[in-house]
Design a protein around this ligand. Structure first.
Ligand code: ARG
Length: 474
């Protein structure tokens, strides 16, 4: 993916490349951390390595040799970076042209088909707040690739198969539930784990009933799945997410027999403590495909799903936006696909992200301090509503309600996107809804101000950016 989105970025990269033996397209151009440092920063690490100098010395030399040009006004060394100040007049001319229908995003992704597996929650549980990270990152990637002209397939690989649901079924058959809600299902699961000896083994036995197609177990599972999906959909609605492909894990377990047969024929499958596994190069543990009870596993279903995605969409990249904790799973999965002889395995990529902590603690169902995604949205909305009531009490109630919702949800989404993807984050609601600084409300405020300037200038702005219109063939 190129980082040279504007001629300003391209000019900064070229100004550095001119003095080094690297192509401009390989240099990363970022914004500087603070405006007083300049506008665009280019790191000199790769050049320093190639020329065996220190990055700071390289940055000094490049800044000293810099000559102002059409796009760039000055260059200053800043440690290992060269910071450029752009030529204001040229930059504004370019932005004005782009905003009125000229080129803003080149269609560099036009030949690509990108599968993006993101969100993909496990059923019978609420969407907890930690799910928001993968959900918003995946959704942002969908927008980004679409803006670059690619065909994008958003996939929700619902976690709707496995031992867990065997346990929920067994628990339901044992204790029942007054009402079938996610809360009730989750409570059944928690109680089952706490009270039943060897819950996993009982769960696997129940999963085997599902994998035999037993009607009672299947009907129960279907109800659990429907209840869960209805809840998730209402949240995707809030976030404006539309998936293109909803084939979850339950869609793929039937392929296990064929896959395992193939692996056996290829001589790759070995038995280990009754389970069927494959040994992988440079891995301490093998990848588990069939349990000793003959049921399928997460990895088995992921192999089938990967094959299906390749067959159905022929993606140029197949992205898995999943938390960093699953790095081993994906590394092993992709190694196995290579072993199976699939050349397309190299196009599969795990896009990991860090944990979300609320109040400094890892959130998760097991830890019992679940903060529900829905609740976080509601709280953010309330906070924003209170702020509006303070500064703008004369606004009509319906306007306040709409702004509070849009700004509140935007605040939460932005807080998750504004941090480095692989870093853990501490979710701080006060910071997220703050009106100044690096926040969603500030971004929306800036947009509203820009729109108002455009209106005063007799121009028109739209609330929704139509990326389709901004994309042209460059
Ligand atoms: N359901 C999994 C979880 O909640 C995530 C699935 C990610 N996608 C995949 N193809 N394995 O942890």
């Amino acid at each position: 993916m190129p980082s040279l989105f504007t001629p300003l970025h391209a000019a900064a990269a070229e100004a550095v490349a001119l003095h080094a033996n690297v192509p401009a397209s390989e240099l990363k151009v970022d914004s500087t951390p603070r405006p007083e440092l300049g506008d665009l920063a280019v790191g000199c690490f790769a050049i320093a390595k190639a020329t065996q100098q220190s990055p700071a010395a390289v940055a000094q030399a490049i800044a000293a040799a810099f000559q102002p040009n059409e796009w760039l006004a000055s260059a200053t060394p800043a440690g290992p970076f060269v910071n450029f100040r752009v030529n204001r007049a040229a930059a504004f001319r370019w932005i004005a042209n782009a905003a009125t229908g000229g080129t803003i995003v080149p269609r560099v992704g036009a030949d690509e088909t990108i599968c993006i597996d993101f969100g993909s929650p496990n059923i019978a549980k609420h969407l907890a707040y930690h799910h928001i990270r993968g959900t918003t990152i995946g959704h942002a990637l969908m927008h980004t690739w679409r803006a670059l002209g690619s065909r994008v397939v958003g996939i929700n690989f619902l976690g709707d198969w496995g031992t867990t649901y065997g346990m929920v079924i067994a628990a339901y058959e044992k204790w029942g539930a007054p009402e079938l809600t996610i809360d009730a299902l989750n409570a059944l699961y928690v109680r089952f784990r706490a009270e039943v000896p060897e819950p996993e083994a009982v769960g696997r036995a129940c999963l085997a009933r599902l994998e035999r197609g037993e009607p009672e177990a299947t009907a129960l599972w279907q109800r659990f799945r429907d209840v869960s999906w209805a809840e998730y959909q209402s949240i995707y609605e809030i976030l404006g997410i539309r998936y293109d492909d909803l084939n979850g894990e339950s869609h793929f377990w039937r392929d296990a027999e064929r896959i395992v047969g193939e692996l056996r024929a290829q001589g790759l499958l070995v038995e280990s403590e009754g389970a069927q596994v494959v040994e992988l190069p440079n891995e301490k543990t093998p990848i588990l495909l069939i349990t000793k009870d003959g049921t399928t596993l997460y990895a088995t279903r992921d192999i089938a799903a990967a094959e299906y995605r390749e067959r159905t969409y022929h993606p140029t990249r197949s992205l898995y936006v999943v938390d960093r904790g699953q790095a081993t799973h994906f590394r092993q999965l992709f190694k196995l696909l290579v072993k199976m002889g699939y050349e397309w395995a190299s196009r599969c990529l795990h896009v990991p992200y860090g944990l979300v902590r609320v109040g400094g603690k890892k959130t998760g169902t097991r830890l019992g301090n679940v903060v529900l995604m829905r609740d976080v949205f509601a709280i953010a909305e309330d906070e924003v509503r209170a702020k509006i009531a303070e500064v703008n009490p004369q606004l009509p109630a319906d306007v306040i309600a709409k702004v509070a919702r849009d700004v509140g949800i935007g605040a939460v989404v932005f807080a998750n996107l504004a941090t480095q993807r692989e870093k853990d984050i501490d979710f701080d609601l006060d910071k997220a809804v703050s009106l100044d600084g690096d926040s969603g409300p500030y971004l929306q405020y800036s947009h509203a101000r820009c729109a108002s300037i455009l209106r005063k200038a007799g121009s028109r702005s739209t609330a929704a950016i139509d990326f389709g219109k901004l994309v042209t063939d460059a």
